[in-house]
Design a protein around this ligand. Sequence first.
Ligand code: THU
Length: 128
Amino acid sequence: MTDAELIEVAKKYRERAYAPYSKFQVGAAVLTKSGHVYGGCNIENASYPVTNCAERTAIFKAVSEGEREFEAIAIVADTSGPCAPCGMCRQAICEFRIGRIIMANLKGDSKAVSLEEILPFAFTENDL
Ligand code: THU
């Protein structure tokens, strides 16, 4: 699957965002090493911190289906530049060593970065 195809899946899931508070819809899609794709959207809550970001929804869906090995994750929102994952999601991306992070927006801008670029000096199991 190409980056462009993974972005398209993320866009589809963005439409499922439950974002009545921020109105900011985010979609994500993870590609596993075995070629499966899992999508996710942000899911907000009246108790704001309970909100789950699109990236973590997609990752948690995949992991709960037994997936552990990932190739890439795509993130899409209606941002002026490619949409970057938040800090908490970077940490979740790091946990599963998702090496290619594809940031995109609805205008067609996209940028792919590595895990090391997006989360330098990461806290990992090696620090415990
Ligand atoms: N959001 C994501 O889904 N992913 C991110 O990486 C950044 C933020 C969501 C959370 C919340 O529902 C909305 O965007 C505004 O912060």
